[in-house]
Design a protein around this ligand. Structure first.
Ligand SMILES: Cc1cc2nc3c(=O)[nH]c(=O)nc-3n(C[C@H](O)[C@H](O)[C@H](O)COP(=O)(O)O)c2cc1C
Length: 317
């Protein structure tokens, strides 16, 4: 019997598979399409203090190997989340206590992140918060806490003061040094790092001389970004001592294993759910079969087992 469970941030996760924020609604909308009991966790779309209308249309463009999006954190704000989503989450949690619920929060500054975490801190149906420090579609991706380790630290420290729930910092790949941003989050009290969000990208309809997204530039996700996201996850895992949740371009169980081997404790899966909402739940089964065929009994023994070329194992003939 293969054991897919994993322990981190003070919690047991029945498996390392999570939905990625913004690609699964708030979660409960997917009931009927997704076997939630098979997920390690589901992550809400980013919730902000005020309702946000998001960016003008068009804000999704499908490319050869992924999505460009510029949704811009459209959501109905925290009070709507409390009144209309939390009751569903409570019911879902009663039915499937093993599947963790993570609420993803987005603020303009450290004070707003803290206010959001405090407002939701008493909700037992939420197991952890993910702080979205990395949306490329707000303020042109130039939010200071996305790119400055000390501002990222400030955001985490502010939220840390108001809640005991685990805090995961979702960071941006669109910086020169992901490791420095991750260290800032760790210093601020993060319990884990999600690495990471979408890559800045652009599409153009050259005949019409127009960009594919109304904002011009947006966030790129899906298969094509996996090598970049995997590199970020590896660099972050090598730089911090808190757990890392890998995210970017994951399609199948083999991809999940790549992230675990470079040092991630868990993964999030996004774009593939648009073409196949059942893919994530199926990945758990595939993962168990993959481990069984390789003679591996526990998933945790695979985490961080990458052998770099200058290591002993690499030199063996
Ligand atoms: C349409 C769309 C909306 C997204 N919305 C959010 C969001 O609200 N908050 C967030 O933190 N990330 C958001 N993301 C980023 C994803 O959670 C994920 O980090 C990214 O897509 C990379 O993973 P993937 O290649 O598996 O999709 C969004 C991505 C897409 C494609």
């Amino acid at each position: 019997m293969v054991d897919l469970s994993i322990q981190f941030a003070g919690l047991r996760w029945q498996n390392p598979l999570m939905s990625a924020s913004g690609t699964f609604g708030h979660g409960t909308e997917m009931t009927g399409m997704v076997a939630f009991e098979k997920l390690g966790a589901w992550v809400s779309k980013t919730v902000t203090w005020e309702p946000r209308a998001g960016n003008p249309l068009p804000r999704i463009h499908e490319t050869e190997a992924g999505f460009l999006n510029s949704i811009g954190l459209e959501n109905r704000g925290i009070e709507h989340y409390i009144d209309h989503v939390i009751p569903d989450l409570r019911a879902a949690k009663r039915k499937r206590p093993e599947t963790r619920v993570i609420t993803n929060l987005g603020g303009h500054d450290a004070e707003e992140f803290a206010r959001l975490a405090e407002r939701l801190g008493g909700e037992d149906c939420i197991d952890a918060f993910e702080l979205n420090l990395s949306c490329p579609n707000v303020d042109g991706g130039k939010l200071p806490y996305s790119t400055d380790p000390s501002r990222a630290e400030e955001v985490l420290a502010g939220a840390r003061k108001v809640t005991k729930k685990p805090l995961f910092a979702k960071i941006s790949p669109n910086v020169t040094r992901v490791d420095e941003i991750a260290r800032g989050c760790e210093a601020g009290g993060a319990d884990g790092i999600t690495a990471g969000n979408t890559l800045l990208g652009m599409g153009v309809d050259w005949r019409r001389r127009t960009p594919r997204l109304a904002t011009g530039v947006g966030g790129y996700s899906g298969t094509a970004i996996k090598p970049v996201s995997l590199r970020c996850a590896y660099q972050v895992a090598s730089a911090v001592s808190i757990p890392v949740i890998g995210c970017g371009g994951i399609q199948c169980a083999e991809d999940v294993m790549e992230y675990l081997v470079v040092g991630c404790q868990a993964v999030q899966v996004g774009t593939v759910s648009f073409s196949d909402p059942s893919a994530l739940a199926r990945m758990g089964q595939d993962l168990a079969e993959l481990l069984r065929s390789e003679g591996i009994e526990t998933l945790s023994e695979c985490v961080g087992t990458l052998q770099m070329p200058n290591s002993e194992a690499w030199r063996k003939p």
